[in-house]
Write a protein that binds this ligand. Structure first.
Ligand code: ATP
Length: 359
């Protein structure tokens, strides 16, 4: 298996509907995915992630731009000749073929000998734990087992790039977690370049080296999961990834690595690496993650508890903070003072968990 890097340069896709109206599904997207990297395209329905994946696979033509696999421009290479394989949401197994024959299908098309096929298929079936089901038909398998066969069928092709189009959407919640761990384990073990499409942020967080957040056909931000969560560049990203409270205000003062934001509720000091990209007087939103809010009897800012819910590992609060509602989450509630509906509390914000984005 020889993993390939994938480069998209100014890729655009227009669609024209039956009435001749044109819409832009993917708008000037540039992206470089490294060899062996796991990258996830994440965004709301209709943001263009599947279209982007389909262009990489060769199922859709580009309206503009270039896609490279390694050093090769793949523009004139049809889908079945590209060095990539796609795993689909629907598994797309052949119902009349056994597990083994499904997995071998692509290799037979390539006219590999029986012994060569065996050599490739056996280790993949080992990794995927599929030997016991070798002779079964797809309709005798559970959803998770079918998806495992679909993944095995893709892996035996030893593609330079492995593409996933929401492959776990049809599985129940528990199995989704098992399968995503399995996908990640195998991808790491084999060093495959993987591009994965999902609208499920926890899937993207747990699988990816980098997440590509898309919105309305454009890339909003690319980065490792933690960076996307802690340092969102836009309000859209902070809202789409995790839960966010927003305090709207203006930059009152800035220093090299911090901003002082005057909001209607309070003035907040935020440690901000890119403070120099903001200017005094600029309208901004302070992203306050639920875990950035500390509740105490003593503190600088008072709030009222509207709702307090014990969830086992966490205590969730809805707070009224000078006219706006904040959602707060406190870990390990057993070891801390718990507040109840109607209580007055004081708030402090963990500076390091705050972030400022343009309004
Ligand atoms: N073949 C097509 N003809 C016309 N419009 C299309 C076609 N395929 C996609 N679109 C439109 O392009 C936009 C992007 O679609 P795309 O399927 O890439 O989004 P997505 O982010 O993958 O969404 P979802 O998660 O719902 O699959 C949508 O507005 C969609 O309606």
């Amino acid at each position: 298996m020889s993993a390939k890097s994938v480069k998209l340069e100014n890729v655009t896709k227009h669609f024209t509907d039956d009435e001749g109206k044109t819409m832009t599904a993917v708008n000037d997207v540039s992206l470089h995915i490294e060899k062996g990297e796991f990258a996830t395209l994440l965004g709301p329905s209709g943001c263009g992630k599947t279209t982007t994946l389909r262009m990489i696979a060769g199922f859709e033509e580009l309206s503009n731009g270039v896609i490279m696999f390694g050093e090769d421009n793949v523009q004139n290479i049809p889908a079945n000749k590209r060095d990539c394989t796609m795993v689909f949401q629907s598994y797309a197994l052949f119902p009349h073929m056994s597990v083994y024959d499904n997995i071998c299908y692509g290799l037979k098309l390539k006219k590999l000998s029986k012994s060569e096929i065996e050599k490739r298929v056996t280790p993949v079936m080992d990794i995927m734990n599929l030997h016991v089901n070798k002779n079964r038909m797809p309709n005798q398998l559970s959803g998770g087992q079918q998806q495992r066969v679909a993944l095995a069928r893709a892996l035996v092709m030893e593609p330079g790039v492995l593409l996933f189009d929401e492959p776990l959407s049809n599985l129940d919640a528990k199995l989704r977690i098992t399968m995503r761990d399995e996908i990640r384990r195998i991808q790491k073990k084999l060093g495959i370049t993987a591009i994965y499409v999902t609208h499920d942020q926890s899937e993207a967080m747990s699988l990816s080296d980098r997440i590509v957040v898309m919105n309305e056909g454009r890339i909003e931000q690319v980065g490792p999961p933690m960076e996307i969560y802690q340092k969102p560049k836009t309000k859209f990203v902070s809202d789409f990834i995790g839960t966010a409270n927003f305090l709207e205000g203006v930059v009152d003062k800035k220093e090299s690595d911090r901003l002082f934001v005057k909001t209607k509720q309070t003035t907040i000091e935020v440690l901000q690496q890119n403070a120099d990209t903001f200017h005094e007087g600029q309208s901004v939103s302070v992203v306050v993650r639920p875990e950035a809010i500390n509740l105490d009897k003593e503190g600088t800012e008072s709030a009222k508890v509207l709702k307090s819910v014990f969830m086992g590992q966490i205590q969730e609060y809805e707070l009224d903070f000078n006219g706006i509602q904040l959602h707060a989450v406190v870990a390990d509630p057993g070891g801390k003072e718990v507040y109840y509906d109607g209580d007055s509390v004081n708030l402090t914000f963990s500076q390091r968990s705050l972030h400022v984005v343009p309004a």
